[in-house]
Write a protein that binds this ligand. Structure first.
Ligand SMILES: Cc1cc2nc3c(=O)[nH]c(=O)nc-3n(C[C@H](O)[C@H](O)[C@H](O)COP(=O)(O)OP(=O)(O)OC[C@H]3O[C@@H](n4cnc5c(N)ncnc54)[C@H](O)[C@@H]3O)c2cc1C
Length: 512
């Protein structure tokens, strides 16, 4: 039994009961299972090692498992596919909790091409949905995360992002089915009315909106999700842009933000630093086999070799060809005006082989990046959100880069520019076989949380190691939001069995 949750008898009784609910072959308690449900990129996998896992296939099984967990006081950590790597994988915040694995709930319950949505169970992967859409002629397009091995529902619940127009995945949620800690089954929005066909088309039904309350929270187990999908566009046009110097990021954000706000660009275009691009090509040793920070002279050579800028972006336009051709002119003129160098537009039409991520085709290419330092790779994402204000973003870049250098880690940043908000994604790559590098990365992460908080911003999502620390930065009125979350937690889950510590929300029995 790992440290953290130590009521071993209760856990043993829980697993016995779970075997009678789901059967022997869906209860996993061997050391190899516990390791399998741990975070493979963790600095200290023991810190978040679960007692085991139970895989449910139906709502009724989930209800019975919750009942038993409440009787025995055993905390559960629900996952959809559990591929939340970089943020903790399948592992719970609290060591000893039991993973409630929903990856076998894989039904695609509806695809509605006329109204542009799908309804999925938690275990449906991006590849499953892609195949189902493809089999029906691709009339709807998905938005996929850079590394698309996860689940459509789990990623949206975690507020995952993709580079497409529907890339704010939580914002596409419309109508959930949820099992609460006491076993009650609820449907949100219009789904609260028996048989209402507007469940997955209106977000503004009667009364409070609950869909977002179940995102990044521990208030229920989501068993079904309605998600809006984009009608396949008639055509797309793509433009690659580059900025030659590090400090050009200010200009880059100043270019995209107004175009996004006015709807000329309808996805969050990201400026990615050159080390990010290089890390998709191969490990650092492909370019340089020295120790310590990558020297600027090597950086310049890499940029030349890969024909990339310090910052690199791709703008995609989607829609009828005459509309996007007109938008393309506006983007090109704005880029020229801002002295941002751009290539030539490439056009795809229905029937062509559309590119990968901009067309919502799942891929795991981004996984290459974690091999940057060699060894068993790992990465952490530090992602504060700020207004799309070029000067603020440039300050954030300089602040973060200075810290990377101080802690000896190569800077890899990306700025996803929306019309109003920009997300500064700081990818922190490391070699898990180097304890020294892990220590540096941990210190860097804690410093970034502090620095960014001092500058007035917070992260939108974080790794299980840092959930308390990041929650603590949301400090208005002596952490009034934290108290509201706790009040809701104690009401909905008085026994404190669902995902204790998720996003820093602890039930009363574990609060210190
Ligand atoms: C190289 C690399 C690149 C990546 N790029 C991206 C990217 O571009 N965009 C992005 O968003 N992510 C990215 N990720 C992170 C991650 O891989 C994805 O977000 C992935 O989709 C998450 O796994 P999942 O979908 O299986 O979710 P899960 O791991 O199943 O869920 C995530 C969390 O949500 C909660 N949860 C899940 N399901 C339920 C449920 N049914 N009920 C209640 N709570 C639930 C749990 O707390 C769970 O831990 C990347 C990771 C790597 C390693």
């Amino acid at each position: 039994m790992p440290a953290g949750f130590t009521q071993t008898d209760a856990v043993a009784r829980f697993f016995d009961a779970a075997r009678s609910i789901v059967g022997e072959d869906r209860v996993f308690t061997a050391p190899i299972d516990r390791a399998g449900y741990s975070d493979p990129m963790a600095f200290d996998p023991e810190r978040h090692q679960p007692s085991g896992a139970v895989a449910a296939e139906t709502v009724e099984e989930i209800q019975q498992i919750l009942k038993t967990a409440a009787q025995e006081g055993v905390p559960l950590w629900p996952i959809s596919r559990g591929k939340n790597f970089g943020y903790g994988g399948a592992a719970p915040v609290q060591a000893g909790a039991v993973v409630l694995d929903l990856s076998r709930m894989k039904r695609i319950l509806e695809i509605n091409e006329d109204l542009g949505y799908c309804v999925v169970e938690p275990g449906v992967s991006f590849y499953d949905l892609h195949d189902a859409l493809a089999a029906r002629g691709h009339r709807l397009w998905m938005s996929v995360p850079g590394n698309s091995w996860g689940s459509v529902a789990g990623n949206a619940l975690e507020r995952g992002v993709g580079p497409q127009p529907y890339g704010d995945h939580a914002a596409q949620i419309c109508g959930l089915e949820v099992v609460l800690a006491d076993g009650a089954l609820v449907r949100t929005g219009a789904g609260a009315m028996e048989g209402n066909p507007a469940w997955h088309v209106t977000r503004n039904s009667y009364g409070p909106g609950w869909d977002q309350i179940f995102c990044q929270s521990n208030f229920g187990v989501v068993t079904r999700m309605g998600l809006w999908l984009m009608p396949a566009p008639e055509a797309t046009m793509t433009l690659s842009l580059q900025l030659p110097e590090a400090d050009d990021i200010e200009r880059g954000i100043g270019l995209f933000a107004p175009l996004r706000l006015r709807g000329v660009i309808d996805h969050d275009a990201a400026w990615v630093s050159y080390i990010g691009i290089a890390s998709y090509v191969g490990p650092r040793s492909m370019f340089w086999d020295g120790e310590g920070l990558l020297p600027e002279s090597v950086g310049a050579r890499i940029r030349e070799q890969l024909k990339i800028g310090w910052w690199n972006a791709e703008v995609n336009l989607y829609g009828p060809e005459e509309v996007i051709a007109a938008k393309a002119k506006i983007v090109s003129a704005a880029a020229k005006n801002a002295a941002v160098s751009a290539g030539d537009w490439r056009t795809w039409r229905q029937g062509d082989d559309f590119g990968l991520s901009h067309a919502g085709i799942p891929s795991t290419r981004d996984m290459t990046m974690i091999g940057w330092y060699g060894g068993r790779g790992g990465h952490l994402g530090f992602s504060p959100v700020m207004p799309s204000d070029p000067a603020l973003a440039a300050e954030q870049f300089r602040r973060a880069r200075k810290r990377y250098e101080e802690f000896g880690i190569d800077y890899y940043g990306a700025f996803g520019v929306g019309g109003r908000q920009t997300v500064a994604v700081n990818e922190i790559l490391y070699d898990r076989d180097s304890k020294e590098q892990e220590r540096q990365v941990h210190a860097l992460f804690e410093t970034l949380i502090r620095d960014t908080h001092q500058a007035g911003f917070g992260e939108y999502r974080t790794h299980i190691d840092y959930m308390d620390a990041v929650a603590d930065t949301f400090d208005f009125n002596d952490h009034a939001m934290g108290r509201l979350n706790e009040a809701l937690k104690d009401t909905l889950d008085p026994k404190g069995i669902l995902a204790p510590g998720k996003q820093g929300i602890w039930p009363a029995r574990f609060r210190t």
